[in-house]
Design a protein around this ligand. Structure first.
Ligand SMILES: *[C@@H]1O[C@H](CO)[C@@H](O)[C@H](O)[C@H]1NC(C)=O
Ligand SMILES: *[C@@H]1O[C@H](CO)[C@@H](O)[C@H](O)[C@H]1NC(C)=O
Ligand SMILES: *[C@@H]1O[C@H](CO)[C@@H](O)[C@H](O)[C@H]1NC(C)=O
Ligand SMILES: *[C@@H]1O[C@H](CO)[C@@H](O)[C@H](O)[C@H]1NC(C)=O
Ligand SMILES: *[C@@H]1O[C@H](CO)[C@@H](O)[C@H](O)[C@H]1NC(C)=O
Ligand SMILES: *[C@@H]1O[C@H](CO)[C@@H](O)[C@H](O)[C@H]1NC(C)=O
Ligand SMILES: *[C@@H]1O[C@H](CO)[C@@H](O)[C@H](O)[C@H]1NC(C)=O
Ligand SMILES: *[C@@H]1O[C@H](CO)[C@@H](O)[C@H](O)[C@H]1NC(C)=O
Ligand SMILES: *[C@@H]1O[C@H](CO)[C@@H](O)[C@H](O)[C@H]1NC(C)=O
Ligand SMILES: *[C@@H]1O[C@H](CO)[C@@H](O)[C@H](O)[C@H]1NC(C)=O
Ligand SMILES: *[C@@H]1O[C@H](CO)[C@@H](O)[C@H](O)[C@H]1NC(C)=O
Length: 415
């Protein structure tokens, strides 16, 4: 019975995934039904539960980790190449704080010099059950404070995967990025609660909620995130992405980019929607960033909509920065080769932190018309009262929409 209800859950994921433009294909599920076995239940062994977890996942269609069970994972887990699997995580999967082991043995990704505890991939995989993945992050937060080149493992990496649903799971104490979607297609996160918070004076740095890379059709919805870096970040080649109904606290915002970082690479972000986002105590709200200057890469950001953002105490509630980490002189001499076009910022309300004094929104583009079709509608953002009226700044951009007038000389429409 459990198996049938799990499959029903898997099929029920389809309408949610179809929020993005191309729907994943679950036609294999009926075929898989004939091959189902009873769930295999795992309990803690008292030692390293990594090898048995990997082995059980390969042998069984459904792996159950019951409530009150904490699997201790002391060795890296490669569970790529799976087909039709359910991971019913009611208890906890906890990675050991053995830094020397993980630094030497984490799965390495050259992109931004990352390592991972666990790579999960294949087709038709569901991870659900209300349980927790725990990264024992505190030792890493403390060690990073005195070694800023410390490699720290990503909590959960979905790697080379198609049709994956991760529903109703808690992710806590990730040492660095929490979720990495690398070469994935049709990946759903629904009801994922993230908490990466330090209990010492050393902050939980670089704890991005999600990083998406070389992936298509990824949906992140109905989730609560309390962390210390981007809430969601779209890295190079993220297409048809949804990040909606999110509650982000303490983050660096919902970010596209940074793009164009690496010479010779072409980075694409196309078709991204982020709606109904509450952003609190953050560095940024909605942000698009791209490098400029000599010897950088190129690319395009096309068709992005941010709407219904409610922000409070956010340093930069609405941002385009096409001269990211580039001086004004270098940006003028070498404008960004990442073009930014067809962008909507609609229905923003709330307050900035005052960190940028009265500035609540900034559209800073490279020269030569490299931002185009930038639209702003229905924006009411206010700084703390001591800074007076809100200021909206802009460079090298023509702004349209009913709130374009806020951007003064950059406005081409609006009242
Ligand atoms: C993971 O395991 C698969 C199958 O054994 C293997 O082909 C692959 O190279 C492994 N991946 C890594 C990163 O070790
Ligand atoms: C940490 O991992 C190393 C291997 O990298 C091992 O020798 C050591 O015993 C482990 N420490 C603990 C406390 O398990
Ligand atoms: C920082 O950590 C890395 C391991 O990620 C190590 O190779 C390096 O030696 C450490 N640096 C210092 C100054 O301890
Ligand atoms: C996530 O947080 C929400 C709101 O606090 C809660 O309703 C939900 O049950 C939590 N999800 C899990 C998997 O614990
Ligand atoms: C939200 O983030 C702020 C700043 O990081 C932190 O002080 C506060 O405790 C967080 N709120 C919750 C509910 O965790
Ligand atoms: C992004 O996709 C384009 C088109 O397929 C490709 O040319 C480019 O190399 C990809 N870039 C990265 C960073 O993967
Ligand atoms: C823009 O992206 C949205 C999804 O985010 C999609 O529904 C829409 O069709 C796209 N528009 C164009 C012109 O491609
Ligand atoms: C963006 O969405 C449009 C409309 O659905 C589609 O035609 C186009 O192929 C999508 N772009 C990418 C890169 O998937
Ligand atoms: C303007 O945006 C606010 C949310 O920021 C929303 O409540 C309101 O309905 C929007 N007004 C219009 C006319 O769309
Ligand atoms: C703004 O529009 C005007 C008129 O179409 C055009 O001449 C100018 O180059 C545009 N500026 C930018 C920064 O796109
Ligand atoms: C602030 O805006 C109000 C209403 O638009 C205006 O009357 C007032 O003069 C402005 N204050 C300053 C200091 O610009």
């Amino acid at each position: 019975m459990r198996i049938i209800s799990s499959l029903a859950g898997l099929i029920a994921a389809v309408p949610l995934l179809s929020l993005a433009s191309s729907s994943p294909d679950f036609t294999g599920v009926a075929h898989a039904r004939r091959q189902r076995q009873d769930p295999c239940t795992l309990f803690a062994s008292g030692g390293d539960d990594g090898p048995i977890f990997v082995d059980t996942l390969q042998r069984c269609d459904t792996v159950l980790i019951p409530p009150e069970t904490t699997l201790s994972i002391a060795t890296r887990m490669n569970t790529t190449g799976l087909s039709y699997k359910n991971i019913d995580l009611q208890g906890t999967i906890k990675f050991t704080p053995n830094m020397t082991y993980w630094i030497d043995n984490g799965f390495y990704f050259a992109f931004q010099d990352q390592i991972a505890f666990w790579i999960l991939g294949g087709n038709d995989i569901k991870l659900f059950g209300g349980g927790t993945i725990d990264g024992s992050g505190q030792v890493w937060y403390d060690a990073f404070a005195s070694n800023d080149t410390l490699l720290r493992p990503i909590l959960l990496t979905i790697y080379q995967a198609t049709n994956v649903a991760i529903e109703g799971i808690n992710m806590i104490n990730g040492p660095e990025w929490i979720n990495f979607v690398n070469e994935g297609q049709g990946i759903l996160y629904d009801g994922v609660n993230i908490s990466a918070v330090s209990t010492s004076e050393n902050p939980a740095k670089n704890t991005d909620g999600w990083d998406i890379y070389r992936s298509d059709n990824v949906v992140i919805i109905n989730s609560q995130i309390n962390n210390g870096d981007d809430c969601v970040s779209l890295k190079p080649n993220s297409t048809n992405i949804v990040a909606s109904n999110l509650n982000c606290n303490g983050s660096h915002g919902i970010s596209v980019g940074s793009l164009g970082q690496y010479a010779g690479e072409y980075d694409i972000v196309e078709n991204f929607t982020s709606t109904n986002v509450r952003m609190a105590n953050a560095e940024n709200g909605a942000r698009i960033k791209a490098f400029a200057g000599q010897g950088v890469g190129s690319g395009i950001v096309k068709n992005v909509t941010y709407s219904f953002f409610t922000e409070s105490n956010v340093d930069n509630p609405l941002v385009i920065d096409q001269c990211y980490e580039t001086t004004a002189e270098a940006c003028a001499a070498y404008p960004s080769n990442v073009y930014i076009q067809d962008i909507w910022f609609d229905n923003f309300q709330g307050t900035s932190s005052g960190n940028e004094k009265s500035v609540v929104a900034s559209l800073a583009c490279s020269p030569d018309g490299r931002c185009s079709d930038i639209n702003v509608n229905n924006i009411t953002l206010t700084p703390p009262t001591q800074y007076g009226n809100a200021t909206y700044t802009c460079q090298n951009v023509n702004v349209t929409g009913d709130a374009a007038y806020l951007f003064g000389d950059c406005a081409t429409t609006g009242t």
